[in-house]
Design a protein around this ligand. Structure first.
Ligand code: APR
Length: 295
């Protein structure tokens, strides 16, 4: 501590520093207080999570492709699938709820689970990550947004063209005819029945063991292999084939950026891994690019 600065504020700072260093093995007496306080400020400052060399390279990119996962909607209050404490698959098993077999075995349970999720989504609002991606769409000549999310929050935020790989839980389809059904009479059946053929209605999502939508998958693959920059945001990159897109982008020569507070199997391969929440990092990134473009 500097002479003459033994104030209450300084003592507060010092106790913050001690707290932050507890258990790290660093001895406080040996640490330059100013350096540590600087570190504490940086730790909570999203601008510091963005490497200086990333922004100028991104600002001149012509073509950007983004893949999003459940983490992008986490800050809207929608649980992810695999986060240890809060993830949906920590409480429910995919085999019981998200497979065609599960639906055949217990259609009522599956319908009601999706009904619960539909209500959650209907009550949720897009967060700063969704809005930052809307702004990004306007910043680049070519911009593609691919999502594994089924909640429609990108569209509600204002993203115009979203490639939905896993469907949308707000849409319903006939399980026999595989056609979208937008209205039906409530006869008290759970799940309700298709008004044309009487088959059971189900959410229009891609379950485990089901094929991917061909057109969307093709479009996603082309967008991933023809871009300068590829972003993998808020996804654990474990569910294929979506999880292969960051590697495809890498192989095609794109600079690949991951945004995720936790490491994923893809992290070691990413050119840049920004370890922060999407709702914090993305708005900061957009601000930085816009500021640079103004020069
Ligand atoms: N910002 C960015 N990432 C976050 C945030 C956040 N605020 N919060 C959590 N994450 C990260 C987690 O660290 C995790 O790596 O989001 C990721 C969410 O991973 P999953 O739950 O596995 O979601 P996702 O990758 O989208 O799952 C893929 O699996 O069950 C299926 O069909 C479902 O589309 C889903 C697919």
């Amino acid at each position: 501590m500097q002479p003459g600065r033994d104030t209450k504020a300084e003592l507060n700072r010092r106790s913050q520093v001690c707290e932050a260093l507890a258990g790290t093995g660093v001895r406080v007496a040996k640490v330059d207080l100013i350096v540590v306080v600087g570190f504490l400020k940086r730790r909570n400052n999203p601008a510091m999570m963005i490497p200086a060399e990333l922004v100028p390279r991104l600002a001149i990119a012509k073509s950007v492709t983004v893949l999003t996962g459940a983490g992008v909607s986490a800050e809207s209050g929608i649980p992810t699938f695999r986060d240890a404490q809060t993830g949906l698959w920590a409480k429910y098993s995919p085999e019981e709820l998200a497979t065609p077999r599960a639906f055949r075995r217990n259609p009522r349970l599956v319908w009601e689970w999706y009904e619960w999720r539909r209500k959650l989504v209907a009550g949720a609002k897009p967060n700063p990550a969704h809005f930052a991606l809307v702004e990004m769409e306007g910043l680049f000549l070519r911009f593609h947004l691919i999502t594994q999310n089924m909640d429609g929050l990108h569209q509600r935020a204002g993203s115009r063209h979203v490639i939905e790989l896993h469907g949308n839980i707000m849409r319903t389809k006939c399980s026999d005819e595989n056609t979208v059904v937008s209205s039906w009479k409530d006869m008290g059946d759970i799940p309700p029945k298709c008004p044309t053929c009487g088959g059971l209605l189900r959410p229009d999502v891609v379950w485990f063991e089901e094929p991917m939508p061909e057109e969307e998958m093709q479009e996603a693959m082309t967008a991933s292999t023809h871009c300068d920059f590829f972003f993998s945001i808020g996804t654990s990159t474990v569910v294929y084939p979506a999880a292969a897109l960051p590697s495809e982008a890498l192989r095609s020569g794109a600079t690949v950026v991951e945004i995720n507070p936790q490491p994923t199997p893809f992290t070691p391969q990413a050119h840049f891994a920004l370890a922060g929440a999407a709702g914090v990092v993305l708005p900061e990134l957009v601000r930085a690019i816009s500021a640079l473009r103004r020069f």
